[in-house]
Design a protein around this ligand. Structure first.
Ligand SMILES: C[S@@+](CC[C@H](N)C(=O)[O-])C[C@H]1O[C@@H](n2cnc3c(N)ncnc32)[C@H](O)[C@@H]1O
Length: 370
C-alpha cells in the first residue's frame, strides 16, 4: 500500500509539470541568455534538452558515439582517403575509406545503409531517421534491420534531425498559444517529406489549433511522399497546399510539380504567421541566405516568426557526415555567420533567438518580427 508521503509526492508531481516525466519530443529549456558576439551583434541564446528515443538507452548511445569518435579520428588522420559519392542512384564507396566501408559494408556485403543511399532521393532519406517505427517503408526487407535501427537511433546526425524538428514544432505550439491565433498560416520552404511539419500539425490540432500550410520544394518526389504521409495522418482542421500540379502522363494522376522557394517572394507582404526552412539554408550561398531573410521577413505579420536551422561547423562527427556518409557541399554556419546574414538583410539581431540542443548538430534560429 502507498504511504501518505509517497502519495503526496505523486500529487506534487501532477501539480508541477516541470517534475513530470518527459516524453519523446518534449523540449525543456535549460537556460536563456542575452549574448553579444565579437562583432557586437546582440541576440538571445536558449539551451534546451530534447527528450529523444536514444534517451531510453544512454549506454548504447555512448557506445555508438565512441565508435563514431574513432571513425571520425581515422578520417581526420587520413585526409587522403576518398569520400563517398552518392549520385543518380549510385553509391561509390572508396575501398581505402575505412569509415565509409564500416557504414556501407558488412563482411563484404552491402548494408541496408547502402540500399538507403541508393534508393532515397534527398529529403525522403531523412524520414526513416526521424520516424524510427516507419523505417521499412522503402526497404526490400520490409523493415529497417537491426543495424539500421541502431544507427538511426544513436548516431548524432539522426538525433540532431529529430531535435531540430521537435524544437520547431514546440515553438509553433508556443507561438499559437502566445499569439492566440487559432489558424496559423505557414510557408514551409524546402519542405521535403514534411516530417517536422506533420509533427507540428499533430501537436497543434491536439490543442484545438489548425495550420494552413503552403509547401515550396523543387523535388516532386519529396512532395508526393509528404502528401502520402499527410494523407495517412487524416488531419481534421489543417489544409495543405503543395504548389503547382500537373497530370502525370505515366499514371494519369494529378501530382505536385515542385517549385523553387523563390516563388514565395511573390506572396503578399505581412500575410503569414511563420516562414520555416529546416534543412534548406545549408544549401544556400551567403548572398542567397541574405536575400531569403530579407524577402521572406517581409511576408510575416507583425509578431510572426522566421524559423530556420543550420548545421554547425562545431558539430560532432562532421567528417563522418561529409566523407563517409557522403553528404558534402553544405554551408555549415556558426552563430556569427548567421547573425551576419541577419544584419546584412537589414534585420535587428536583437530579434534573434538561437536554440541549441545538447547533441550540437544544428542550431535553430528564430527571428521574430516586432
Ligand atoms: C534537407 S531537406 C529538408 C526537408 C524538411 N524541411 C525537413 O527538415 O525534414 C531540404 C529540402 O530542400 C529542397 N530544396 C533545396 N533547394 C531548393 C530550392 N532552391 N527551392 C526549393 N526547394 C529546395 C530539397 O529538395 C529538399 O527537399
Amino acid at each position: 500500500m502507498e504511504t501518505k508521503q509517497q502519495m503526496t509526492v505523486v500529487d506534487e508531481q501532477l501539480k508541477s509539470p516541470e517534475s513530470m516525466p518527459m516524453r519523446v519530443g518534449d523540449v525543456q529549456v535549460l537556460s536563456t541568455e542575452f549574448e553579444r558576439d565579437r562583432f557586437g551583434h546582440e541576440y538571445t541564446v536558449r539551451r534546451v534538452h530534447v527528450e529523444d528515443e536514444s534517451d531510453a538507452n544512454p549506454e548504447m548511445r555512448d557506445m555508438y558515439n565512441q565508435q563514431a569518435d574513432i571513425l571520425e579520428l581515422s578520417l581526420r588522420n587520413n585526409p587522403q582517403w576518398g569520400q563517398t559519392v552518392i549520385k543518380d542512384g549510385k553509391v561509390n564507396v572508396p575501398v581505402e575509406n575505412k569509415a565509409a566501408q564500416w557504414l556501407y559494408y558488412d563482411e563484404g556485403q552491402p548494408t541496408q545503409s547502402f540500399e538507403w543511399a541508393t534508393k532515397f532521393p534527398t529529403a525522403i532519406a531523412l524520414e526513416p531517421l526521424q520516424r524510427l517505427e516507419d523505417g521499412g517503408r522503402w526497404f526490400k526487407l520490409g523493415h529497417s534491420d537491426e543495424r539500421s535501427i541502431a544507427l538511426y537511433t544513436y548516431m548524432s546526425d539522426a538525433i540532431g534531425l529529430r531535435s531540430r524538428a521537435h524544437i520547431y514544432s514546440q515553438r509553433l505550439v508556443e507561438y499559437a498559444e502566445d499569439s492566440g491565433v487559432d489558424e496559423l498560416s505557414i510557408l514551409s520552404l524546402g519542405s521535403g517529406a514534411a516530417v517536422p511539419n506533420i509533427e507540428a500539425t499533430r501537436k497543434l490540432e491536439a490543442s484545438g489549433k489548425a495550420v494552413n500550410w503552403k509547401f515550396f520544394d523543387f523535388d516532386p518526389k519529396a512532395l508526393m511522399f509528404a502528401r502520402e504521409l499527410i494523407d495517412e495522418n487524416k488531419f481534421q482542421f489543417s489544409t495543405f497546399d503543395y504548389g503547382p500540379e500537373w497530370i502525370n502522363p505515366d499514371n494519369g494522376k494529378v501530382e505536385p510539380k515542385g517549385q523553387f522557394y523563390q516563388r514565395a517572394f511573390k506572396m503578399e507582404d505581412e500575410s503569414v504567421d511563420v516562414v520555416d526552412a529546416l534543412g534548406l539554408w545549408e544549401y544556400l550561398k551567403p548572398h542567397e541566405a541574405i536575400d531569403f531573410a530579407k524577402k521572406l521577413f517581409e511576408k510575416l505579420k507583425p509578431g510572426g516568426s522566421l524559423i530556420v536551422s543550420n548545421m554547425l561547423p562545431s558539430r560532432p562527427h562532421r567528417e563522418f557526415n561529409q566523407r563517409a556518409v557522403g553528404w558534402p557541399d553544405l554551408h555549415l554556419r556558426n552563430e556569427t555567420d548567421l547573425l551576419n546574414i541577419v544584419a546584412n538583410a537589414g534585420i535587428d539581431t536583437k530579434q534573434v533567438t538561437m536554440t541549441h540542443a545538447e547533441d550540437g548538430v544544428y542550431v535553430v534560429m528564430e527571428i521574430t518580427k516586432s
